[in-house]
Write a protein that binds this ligand. Structure first.
Ligand SMILES: [Zn+2]
Length: 190
């Protein structure tokens, strides 16, 4: 019997991560995010949103994900680049050299020279699971999607996280292009 390598799917829409300083500026000194929906501890979707503004246009009601982080980052969709008039690169979350954008909240706004990216698709798994499958941190693998819009996602990064089961993170554009839904199970090709 051959054991297939599989991952469960979690789709993400555009969102922002804020640090303490940014939340102070956008929502007021000492403001605390309120939880709308749990996304897997400790991450949650907040009730609070921001507007993203670029040289060409704006996108409002962009969800803030909590808790606060040490850095500010806007994870947008490829199509958002055209609306905003920026050229955000495809990179792993937490990377440097991102596109500029202005974040607007109810109490203030802030311009950042390096803040917007399109999240590179990736699979979270424990280092034990990765070792069992022979994968290294940062390695790219391919993922096979079945169904009527079936395709193969190449260049999918392996990232190490303490997580109950291997989880494929793709954005809603990738999900729509391939017909994926949350909690679908996909095959990881070695
Ligand atoms: Zn992720």
């Amino acid at each position: 019997m051959t054991m297939k390598k599989t991952a469960v799917v979690l789709l993400s829409n555009r969102h922002v991560h804020l640090n303490r300083e940014a939340l102070d500026i956008l929502y007021g000194e000492g403001y605390e995010l309120t939880e709308k929906k749990k996304l897997g501890f400790p991450i949650f979707a907040a009730n609070e949103t921001v507007t993203l503004a670029g040289p060409k246009g704006e996108i409002s009601n962009v969800r803030i994900l909590g808790p606060l982080r040490p850095y500010v980052q806007a994870e947008i969709l490829k199509a958002d680049n055209y609306v905003l008039g920026i050229d955000a690169p495809v990179k792993i979350s937490g990377s440097l050299d991102l596109a500029p954008l202005t974040l607007i909240g109810p109490k203030g706004e802030m311009h950042l020279d390096s803040v917007a990216l399109i999240a590179k698709r990736h699979i979270h798994m424990t280092d034990e699971q990765a070792a069992a499958w022979g994968f290294e941190k940062g390695q790219n693998v391919s993922v096979k999607i079945g169904g009527e819009r079936g395709l193969i996602f190449e260049n999918t990064a392996v990232v190490f996280t303490e997580i109950p089961e291997p989880t494929l993170h793709v954005d809603i554009e990738e999900g729509n292009a391939s017909g994926l839904k949350n909690l679908d199970v996909v095959e990881i090709l070695a």
